[in-house]
Ligand binder design. Structure first.
Ligand SMILES: Cc1ncc(COP(=O)(O)O)c(C=O)c1O
Length: 411
């Protein structure tokens, strides 16, 4: 009988980690109040506009517009800053698919630029080489809730006259150099989907400091209406991407816990950083000094098979899961997704439709590929809502696997 749980040994941990979402009677009461009010839509009820103001202020932004989800929020934000069909948008390949599909759905073209090996965020030093006369914007994704290098990204954008949209879907409360993310660039987007650190099941928001971007985003999400216009007056081509009062009532209640949850995640992540760093072959992602607040939507560490007797990451993950630590391998590079190859002309809808053929099979971002295929190990944000002892279990399980790696190499 092997000592590792994956080989039949005793598990390091049998208790489960804290569940998600966290809720109590506040959410129940908030939804009940909306039901009883009969004001279920955001055009008549008070919750959506209250939440827009509160959450935008929380992110140090002047304006917020609630949008049905984070993917749609990206489309709205990109269009609001002026991205049009045929434009190119710089996108990191290590992110959720929406960061690229929102670009494609506008008929624009994602151009992938590699990530930084220490943060897994867009590497500002690699952006300039990808800029062409068609480049319109940079999508700065704050991956895992760790703020991207906004100084580097904003400097390149300024030099080349590009717009910056922040994909902060995972970064509620994250801050760069003391300023919360979202409106550091021209616009930013959030997701309130079920797994996110602030959630209403589904939902999203565009934030900005620019009154014109705000007005455009508001109009785009409300079928082209303008605030001072008539009900049946549609000045631009817009979508209906409005959220409901049920969702924003829940979000207002969820916000009451957010600061405390952020503190817990932060303290546990720092503790885990210290513990895991003591184990040879394990390197947590780096937190840059200017990343003054990290949302820790994910806790990511880097695994080096060489220090584990050559055991591939897939086996390590299996073993860690068997020890009672829920974990996963994370994203594949977006340009490897089938959608970039299966459309009729050999390229996705946007590119084919606008007569440009992009051959994504030639894209090669080595840092992202190493992160995706060899190195990254993900823990979910709910794990970080546990105690120091819970974090000790994680470190203990990793140490146990390292000490007994021979069992996996042989198996
Ligand atoms: C980085 C990133 N961008 C965009 C999205 C899209 O958000 P949603 O799922 O709300 O459409 C997500 C979330 O899933 C995400 O993690």
């Amino acid at each position: 009988m092997g000592q590792l749980a994956v080989n039949g040994g005793a598990k390091t941990r049998t208790k489960s980690f804290p569940g998600w979402p966290v809720f109590d009677e506040r959410e129940v009461k908030a939804v009940e109040e909306v039901v009883r009010s009969g004001r279920w839509g955001c055009l008549t009820g008070p919750n959506t506009s209250e939440f827009e103001k509160k959450f935008a202020a929380f992110q140090d932004a002047k304006y917020g517009v609630c949008i049905v989800n984070g993917t749609a929020a990206l489309e709205v934000a990109l269009r609001a800053v002026g991205v049009k069909a045929g434009d190119e948008v710089i996108v990191p390949p290590y992110t959720f698919i929406a960061s690229a599909t929102a670009v494609l759905l506008l008929g624009a073209i994602p151009v992938f630029v590699d990530i930084d090996p220490d943060t897994y965020n867009l590497d500002p030093s690699k952006i300039e080489a990808a800029i062409t006369d068609k480049t319109k914007a940079i999508l700065a994704v704050h991956i895992a809730g760790g703020p991207a290098d906004m100084d580097g990204i904003m400097a390149v954008a300024k030099k080349h006259g590009l717009k910056v949209v922040e994909d902060a879907a995972q970064a509620h409360g994250a801050a760069w150099s003391g300023r919360r993310v979202g409106a550091i660039g021209d616009a930013g987007t959030f997701s309130f989907q079920a797994s996110k650190n602030l959630t209403s099941g589904e939902g999203g928001m565009v934030v900005t400091d620019d009154p014109d971007v705000y007005a455009k985003a508001w109009s785009l999400h409300n079928v082209g209406r303008v605030p001072e216009g008539e009900w049946y007056e549609h000045r631009i081509l817009g979508w209906n991407m409005r959220m409901t009062e049920f969702q924003t009532a829940i979000l207002l209640a969820q916000m009451e816990r957010l600061e405390d949850q952020m503190k817990t995640r932060d303290a546990n992540a720092r503790y885990l950083d210290a513990e895991l760093s003591k184990i040879e072959g394990i390197r947590p992602l780096k937190r840059l000094p200017r990343a003054t607040s990290h949302a820790y939507h994910l806790y990511i560490f880097r695994y080096d098979p060489k220090a584990f007797g050559g055991v591939p990451r897939s086996k390590f993950l299996q073993a860690l899961g068997a020890e009672g630590i829920p974990c996963s391998s994370g994203y594949v590079p977006l340009y490897k997704e089938e959608l970039f190859y299966v459309e009729p002309d050999g390229c996705p809808m946007g590119c084919a439709f606008y007569g440009r053929k992009m051959d994504y099979s030639k894209v090669h971002c080595p840092v992202c590929e190493n992160a995706s295929y060899n190195e990254s190990v993900w823990l979910g944000q709910n794990v970080l809502l546990g105690t120091n002892e819970d974090m000790d279990d994680i470190a203990r399980a990793v140490r146990k696997i390292r000490q007994n790696a021979g069992e996996l190499a042989d198996g």
